[in-house]
Unconditional design. Structure first.
Lengths: 116, 627
């Protein structure tokens, strides 16, 4: 039964890279989707693919890549589906600016109707 | 013998269906003039019929009648009794039957407590509820019958989803359903009011306790769900903005808006048509949530398309509800003329601001939940909408809302400018001290701490200066408890997020590691065989300055009929701090990866919601007299 628990190990010691990179790493893996899970970020996931990806991200951070570069690399490879923060582009314009338009219209309608 | 129970249950479902039609006949055949006795008794009778049917379902689970397809798929002979019982509502069919039972229960209550309403209102109200009950029950009988038989009867059943073999998830769905369906009472009442010549103040006062009761159940249901996610999923989070969570959060936000606007309608006859519109949308969102969760559309648009009957049925019901509701509303809204006008700088003006922010927040979540689905249906590039999106669009809406909440006591007291200034200075100093104590490192968390302090101090200030005015205190008790709870919640969310320590590393048995203030030692690993699962239990000893503090026992469980292991986090919970350990992966027999989380004040999140519910109960208990 124990065998079932064995998944490829990912060993790391937090001493081997600086606190700053550690912080970057943590916030980054929370914003990326595990591509084989239902709706989990990389940080939560222990799926083999997620473990590999976390390893890759760690290496990239160590080699001096910044967050933006890593995100660009990953969304190039896996499509922007991997980003929990959808890119601001023409396809997502309603998603990002809809709430703003909505609150303006709602305020206008309600104020005009009710406020003396 | 047990075979018959399943047939009796099914027979009762059909009886319930006929009862619903009977309930509606006086309404549609001969209008109001005929005696409404049939309607009244049928609306009461519906509950016992469905309750017994549901009990029959539970009996078939306990009695292991695996000739019922639903029982065979969701239970197993080896399950402990409690999970055999709760398995009755663990799957789709049973939970939809539970929904119907809850709905019939609310109709039962509505029928009993509506005696003081005048006749036409009462009849339209109960008839609308009857129509909804008919729709729900038709859905169960036509698409999701838990009493369907199967040809290949398994000997021991299959198994209950391991995630559901847990106390939290036994009580979470019934509570949530009580909330969702309770809002159907509010919806039905709003529709009935549309057929009257006016929306009277007394009626708004009459419906408010029903809104509060549904809201309390919804709050409890959501809090239980988030608590469950926290201790069960093993990653230490309590909210992920998952579509399933959003599905319950949207009606919660809308009903929060509604329970405020209805005060103004009840006290001063303001926002009449707006309150009715909110009532319609609030219940529509409950049903939308059910559609999202139950149709399978969230898992994938394609899995929905492969078996769309259920989804399409709910979708049609949803369209009929929103469409019908809005048509009835728009045909009648002109006749609701408000008794008073609103000034911005008043309690009612603040309700309006509250409503604008809460409705926009709801819209934002709706957009974030539906947008990826639309893109997927249209075949455009798939996207993920998650925490960063909601942090960017939802939190900015909540900040002004919290500032308004905190301002309410000052607004009501109308103090001189002077004491307001002193209050503000005190609050600023307090929140700076708090922020320094918790070494807050971002503006956002400072705003969180500031707004919590702002709310709490203003409430305490007002309470302190009103101690001699018992009536005023009694009237405001519910509000103050609920707002205080909100502040506690914000404190918990801010501090636990700001000061969390999360580490993941590998330990050999006997090794230890210091994280934050505490040292964690992996003392030993032991195996456990339980009736429904096998487990490995770790014993992690926690100490501080070589003083033993506690032993934490995280587990990895393998349920008998599931391939993937389940994580059972071990939590040492105190009011000011949770130490949270979960087992990651096994490296070899004596070596495991561990996740250790140190979360200060995270319990405030749930303590806050308890205060909110207490506040709501106070408000139900002490009804305000209209001025």
């Amino acid at each position: 039964m124990k065998k079932i628990f064995i998944v490829i190990a990912f060993l790391f010691s937090s001493n081997s890279f600086s606190a700053d990179i550690d912080k970057q790493y943590k916030s980054l893996i929370e914003e990326l989707r595990c591509m084989v899970c239902q709706n989990q970020n990389l940080s939560e996931s222990e799926a083999p693919l997620a473990v590999d990806m976390k390893q890759k991200i760690k290496e990239m951070l160590k080699s001096g890549k910044n967050e933006e570069q890593i995100k660009a690399f990953l969304s190039e490879r896996y499509s922007s589906y991997i980003l929990y923060e959808p890119p601001v582009n023409s396809q997502n314009i309603i998603l990002w600016f809809g709430p703003l338009v909505f609150i303006v219209i709602l305020s206008f309608v309600l104020f005009r109707r009710y406020i003396r | 013998m047990i075979i018959e129970i399943g047939y009796i249950g099914y027979f009762l479902l059909l009886l319930g269906l006929m009862n619903c039609m009977l309930l509606l006949t006086p309404k549609f055949v001969s209008g109001l003039n005929v005696s409404s006795n049939i309607l009244l008794s049928a609306s009461k009778l519906h509950f016992p019929i469905l309750l017994i049917s549901f009990i029959c379902l539970v009996i078939t689970f306990v009695g292991e009648d695996y000739s019922l397809d639903y029982v065979a798929k969701n239970s197993n002979s080896n399950l402990p009794l409690i999970y055999k019982i709760s398995a009755a509502w663990a799957g789709h069919e049973g939970s939809m039957l539970l929904w119907c039972v809850v709905s019939s229960f609310w109709m039962f209550l509505a029928s009993i407590f509506s005696e003081d309403l005048h006749k036409s209102l009462r009849i339209n109200f109960l008839a609308t509820m009857g129509l909804l009950n008919l729709g729900f029950l038709l859905f169960v009988v036509a698409t999701s019958n838990p009493f369907d038989r199967t040809m290949n009867v398994p000997i021991d059943g299959s198994d209950l989803n391991p995630l559901l073999q847990d106390f939290g998830l036994i009580v979470h769905p019934p509570m949530l359903y009580m909330g969702y369906v309770g809002l159907s009472v509010v919806f039905s009442f709003a529709i009935a009011c549309c057929f009257e010549s006016d929306f009277k103040k007394e009626w708004a006062q009459w419906i408010r306790p029903w809104i509060l009761a549904s809201w309390s159940f919804l709050t409890l249901g959501i809090a239980l769900g988030s608590w469950w996610a926290y201790y069960e999923l093993g990653w230490g989070g309590w909210w992920f903005w998952d579509p399933v969570e959003n599905a319950s959060f949207m009606p919660w936000l809308m009903s929060t808006a509604l329970l405020h606007s209805v005060i103004a309608t009840g006290e001063k006859g303001m926002f009449k048509s707006w309150t009715i519109l909110l009532s319609i949308f609030t219940f529509s969102l409950s049903l939308l949530g059910t559609f999202l969760v139950r149709s399978g559309i969230l898992i994938s648009v394609h899995s929905f398309a492969s078996d769309p009957t259920r989804g399409i049925f709910i979708l049609l019901m949803l369209l009929a509800l929103i469409g019908g509701g809005l048509i009835i509303y728009s045909m009648n809204s002109k006749k609701f003329v408000d008794d008073n006008e609103v000034t911005l700088f008043s309690k009612e003006g603040f309700f309006l601001l509250n409503n604008i922010l809460l409705v926009t927040a709801t819209f934002t979540i709706l957009l974030g939940t539906m947008y990826p689905l639309f893109l997927d249906v249209l075949g455009l590039e798939k996207i993920s909408v998650g925490v960063p999106y909601y942090n960017a669009v939802f939190i900015p809406l909540m900040i002004p809302l919290m500032l308004f909440v905190g301002y309410i006591p000052i607004l009501l007291a109308r103090n001189s400018k002077n004491s307001q200034l002193i209050q503000l200075v005190v609050i600023l100093i307090l929140s700076i001290i708090l922020s320094l104590t918790f070494s807050v490192n971002s503006i956002l968390f400072f705003i969180g701490i500031f707004s919590a302090t702002w709310i709490i101090v203003n409430i305490l200030y007002d309470v302190f200066f009103s101690l001699d005015n018992k009536i005023k205190l009694k009237n405001r008790m519910g509000m103050y408890f609920a707002h205080f709870g909100l502040a506690i919640f914000i404190l918990g969310a801010s501090i636990s997020e700001n000061n969390k320590i999360e580490k993941e590393f590998v330990l050999n048995v006997g090794e230890s590691k210091t994280i934050g203030l505490f040292e964690y030692k992996l003392e030993k690993l032991s195996e456990l065989k339980s009736v429904n699962y096998d487990a490995i239990i770790a014993s992690v000893l926690v100490s501080k300055d070589n003083q033993f503090i506690t032993e934490i026992n995280p587990e990895k469980r393998l349920y008998h009929s599931s391939e993937s292991p389940m994580t059972e986090a071990g939590i040492h919970g105190r009011i000011d701090r949770d130490l949270y350990v979960s087992l990651g992966n096994m490296i070899d027999d004596n070596k495991w990866s561990l996740r250790i989380y140190d979360k200060p004040f995270i319990r405030f999140i749930w303590i806050g919601t308890i205060f909110m519910i207490i506040g709501s109960i106070f408000s139900i208990r002490f009804k305000k007299k209209s001025s």
